[in-house]
Write a protein of this length. Sequence first.
Length: 268
Amino acid sequence: MSHMSDYRIKKPDVFNLPLCLDCGQAFRWEQQENIFCGVAFEKYLKVEETESEIIFYSTTKDDFENIWKSYFDLDTDYRKIVDTYDEENLVKAVTEYSGIRILRQEPWEALCSFIISQNNNIPRIKGIISRLCENFGENIGGGFTFPSAEKLADLTPEDLAPLRAGFRAKYIIDAARKVTDGTVDFKKIDENPIEFGREELIKIKGVGAKVAECTLLYGFHKLSAFPVDVWVKRIMAEMYPQGLPECMKGTEGIAQQYLFHYRRNLEK
């Protein structure tokens, strides 16, 4: 067991912790002043960004190397990616909201979270997910783990009544069963081109194109995935009626995250 301590790294270029954790891609982080607390990959973390550093509290070097470095996508050169964006709206978005990265989440948690997100607002999504974890996850001190597909596959939609998830309960159970029995194969989705994953994920009841794209982007790090919601529909109509600019090709998912955040905040 390696020693728990605070692990500090120099703040990477194009990194903004609040933007990464609070731009609608993950639902299990709570902000307490400058510190974010959450659970991912069965580990509890408190993390803070200062002027020059990112501080990972009460973690181990092993966990930093094996979990958090990948979770925050620290090995990807985002400067190189955003510098290729030469279309004016995108330039505005990446300048104003510099530092969004696509988190590398656990695929099952991403799938389940975006099933829950359908026709739902963020506070409600967070509420349902936290009840899911409290009722069926493990208490690891500080928080609860996200229950595995295997654990949920043995339940019925009625067992999920405490979540108050409505029609989504039956979709969660269907997803858990199909992932557990191999009908939907995560390993193959990971290894194959994105089209394979798109076909695979929509075998699950209640999973349409949007939930599939979100799962592929946030759970499998397929950066060409392009989830379309009401905001993205507006972006397409207002900014790109002729289609997406060429500079996005291959990293549509990253561009989408910046544009989504930019467009949503224009209303404010």
